[in-house]
Write a protein that binds this ligand. Structure first.
Ligand SMILES: [Zn+2]
Length: 419
């Protein structure tokens, strides 16, 4: 079994597909002017056509409801009216987009409310809670396109707000910067510099190294990951380096394996800093989080660029500073590691946890009876879940075969058919 995703987690943000209207009266800047007027005590009209997504300490405001179906609780973004955040300066708001369905539709904003302790939002009991993106990501039903759209909006908003926090000074002259163009860029406030600063992403290569002849793939294990977690190699690109060169260099540095052909697969936006933790254990110990990322905290937004990399040499020498272990795994063994029951269980458990947070019960224990998990044996080996590009590189290889990747019809490439 593999998963038919329309796009990777955090991609296909429905608000990004809507371009700002060319009519200047409905541009992001004029939308900010209307918001400013409302926040400073003006009319209520702009309030009716604006929705705000508050973040606190990197966590997005969410709501969660228990559906009648078998799918467990479902979270949605906790949009609020601007009236709820009246105390916040208009310059702190970042424009996310407008309703793609309507010409003069609702304008969507994000704002960091970490310093506004008196705001009555997400304190529990009101059905709203601040939830970190990693938890939301794992709690999202990846087969639900609307839910994946909510996650993509949260990722975009989180990355933009984080960028605002880390770009407070001009890198050229050191003078403080100011938010301009409704938070979509910044500018140095030094009159003789005026450097324009745009949000940027750090590209990261992530590769599944393949031994064609022996039908094996190289998977690595990091010491800070769950003991059962194996994934692809990954690394940053150095200045003056092509993507292919970065794939070959990182593989050689980390495992001593030489790579020949490098074939592009797909890419995934990754909001960065919030997702840097590798794994966690829920307090009740039922389920392990299956998160894979590279690097550690304070990462900017990244673009994960996925490749198949065909090995020319096969003897592994692990760089212990980077990896705990790296081994060749046979296709059948990796197939067994793609345990969708386990991914689904993890997703439902985490969705339940989000529901608890929104009820103000963050510290509450989740019992196995709540989850109806029953007793079961843990798998020997895991690969990251369907929210990670590593999963799709691995499952594409397992299910479709490396030798015929170019010849397959899209419908047969089930896990990347629309990527
Ligand atoms: Zn400057």
């Amino acid at each position: 079994m593999s998963i038919n995703l329309k796009s990777h987690a955090f991609a296909s943000n429905p608000l990004r597909s809507s371009h700002p209207n060319s009519d200047p009266s409905s541009s992001p800047t004029s939308a900010l002017d209307a918001l400013k007027s409302f926040l400073s005590g003006g009319d209520n009209e702009s309030s009716a056509v604006a929705r705000v997504l508050p973040f606190r300490k990197g966590r997005a405001l969410a709501r969660s409801s228990v559906s009648t179906s078998n799918s467990g609780p479902k979270w949605i973004l906790g949009w609020v009216s601007p009236a709820k955040v009246r105390g916040i300066r208009a310059e702190s708001f970042v424009y996310l987009g407008s309703d793609p369905e309507e010409e003069n539709g609702i304008v969507f904003w994000a704002v960091d409310v970490s310093d506004a302790a008196d705001l009555e939002l997400g304190h529990g009991g009101d059905g709203y809670g601040f939830v970190d993106l990693r938890t939301l990501m794992i709690a999202t039903d990846w087969t639900d396109a609307d839910a994946m759209g909510e996650l993509a909006i949260a990722g975009h908003a989180g990355a933009l707000l984080e960028w605002h926090k880390t770009s407070r000074f001009c890198g050229h002259c050191g003078t403080p910067t100011a938010s301009v163009d409704a938070g979509r860029r910044k500018q140095c406030t030094n009159g003789s510099c005026k450097k324009k600063i745009y949000p940027r992403v750090d590209p990261v290569v992530i590769m599944l190294v393949i031994d064609k002849e022996n039908d094996c793939a190289l998977l690595s294990h990091k010491s800070r990951s769950s003991p059962r977690m194996w994934s692809c190699l990954a690394g940053f690109i150095e200045p003056g380096e092509s993507l292919e060169e970065a794939v070959r260099r990182e593989t050689l540095e980390e495992t001593s394996i030489e790579v020949g052909d490098v074939v592009y697969h797909s890419s995934q936006p990754w909001p960065g800093t919030y997702l840097s933790l590798q794994f966690d254990l829920l307090r009740h110990g039922i389920v392990e989080y299956l998160v894979f990322s590279v690097g550690s905290g304070n990462m900017p937004c990244q673009l994960m660029m996925g490749f198949f990399a065909y090995a020319k040499t096969f003897n592994i020498h692990v760089d212990k500073a980077e990896l705990e272990d790296a081994r060749w795994h046979r296709r059948e063994d990796v197939r067994k590691a793609l345990t969708y029951d386990e991914y689904e269980r993890t997703q439902k458990t985490t969705a339940f946890k989000v529901n608890q947070i929104c009820k103000g019960l963050e510290g509450a224990q989740i019992s196995s009876a709540d989850l109806n998990t029953g007793s079961r044996e843990l798998m020997q080996m895991f690969v990251p879940g369907p929210y990670a590009i590593a999963h799709h590189l691995i499952s594409s290889w397992v299910h479709d075969g490396v030798n015929c990747i170019h010849q397959l019809q899209p419908k047969q490439l089930s896990s990347l058919s629309n990527l």
